[in-house]
Design a protein around this ligand. Structure first.
Ligand code: NAD
Length: 305
């Protein structure tokens, strides 16, 4: 049994913590939102108010937070108190499963190591459904030793776990993958809009593309038109799924990394700009595949011009 201090019991963290507790681990949970704490308690998590005291008991401090600045604040403290890095026992593993900037992930790992702790980043894909089912995919950045230590916990929460390299490289893999996802979801949407205009039946285009070189997840799982893939968000008025706001966030992280590394990546930058604009409006709360509606509308405008 491992004692895990779990910070961030939201859409993802809540069910992840519940799965760890159900597997027999001792889970000490903290969130700022009372309803999240209540839900976690009902799922077997021991909720705490004093996170520093809980960190001193923990083998692993696991964070599942909205962004990297929060992770750094939790690790180092906001007011010079040293945060949880000062409170935990030496050698405690700080495992961040949030999706954050690669540079911030490396900063967090360096701060942990400087404080005598060990660090890993393990962002996920699979959404809330995967978090509840314990079938998340984890992309892990950690030393071999730390990877081996966190693996049994990740296996409780996930079904596919890849060790991507040293600390920070889990985040790197996540943003590379999601950059492809953002680009391909737009590409598939453009193909369907063009097909519609040319008089192609959706199902016919799907039957061709799903067995041809246009095949990809954005088509065969997240098909942006209703019909060909009954489970895709397009069949339920684009309820997420993976919300546009989260895609915009991940592409923003990709953009930061592209800039930092000096990579041109025209399509990645275009996808980032499109999703940033889309998520500033109604696209924020809808599945990101709903960007097809935006593409359909702008197509109409142009043909009328
Ligand atoms: P969420 O907003 O539902 O949950 C985050 C939780 O963190 C909230 O309950 C919030 O109250 C809590 N929190 C904020 N500051 C805190 C602090 N200082 N201490 C303790 N708790 C604090 O977000 P989510 O959807 O669960 O996403 C969490 C992370 O997982 C994000 O980084 C997100 O990008 C990533 N992610 C989400 C999905 C998804 O489909 N939702 C998929 C993959 C990755």
């Amino acid at each position: 049994m491992t004692t895990v201090l779990f910070l961030g019991l939201g859409h993802m963290g809540g069910p992840m913590a519940a799965n760890l507790a159900a597997a027999g681990h001792r889970v000490l949970g903290f969130d700022l939102v009372p309803e999240a704490l209540e839900k976690a308690r009902a799922a077997g998590v021991e909720t705490v108010t004093d996170t520093a005291a809980a960190a001193a008991e923990a083998d692993v401090v696991l964070t599942m937070l909205p962004h990297g600045r929060l992770v750094l604040d939790v690790y180092r403290g906001e007011d010079g108190d040293g945060g949880l890095l000062a409170a935990a026992r030496p050698g405690t593993v700080f495992l961040d499963c949030s999706t954050i900037d690669v540079a911030e992930a490396r900063e967090a790992a360096a701060a942990a190591e400087a404080a005598g702790m060990r660090a890993a980043d393990a962002p996920v894909s699979g959404g809330q459904v995967g978090a509840e089912a314990g079938t998340l995919a984890f992309m892990v950045g950690a030393s071999d030793e730390v990877y081996a230590e966190v693996l049994p916990l990740l296996e409780v929460m996930g079904a596919r776990i890849v060790h991507c390299g040293a600390a920070g490289l889990g985040q790197a893999a996540k943003i590379c993958n999601n950059m492809v996802l953002g680009i391909t979801q737009i590409a598939v949407a453009e193909a369907f809009v063009l097909g519609e205009r040319l008089g192609l039946q959706r199902q016919a285009l799907y039957d061709v593309m799903s067995k041809a070189s246009g095949q990809c997840w954005s088509l065969t799982t997240n098909c942006p038109v209703p019909g060909p893939v009954p489970g895709s968000p397009a069949n339920r008025d684009f309820q997420p799924g993976f919300a546009g706001a989260l895609m915009a966030k991940d592409l923003g992280l990709a953009l930061a990394a592209l800039d930092e590394q000096g990579v041109a990546a025209d399509l990645g930058r275009l996808a980032q700009a499109k999703y940033a604009e889309y998520a500033a409006g109604e696209g924020a709360a809808r599945d990101f595949s709903s960007i097809i509606e935006d593409i359909r509308a702008s197509h109409t405008d142009r043909s009328e011009a």
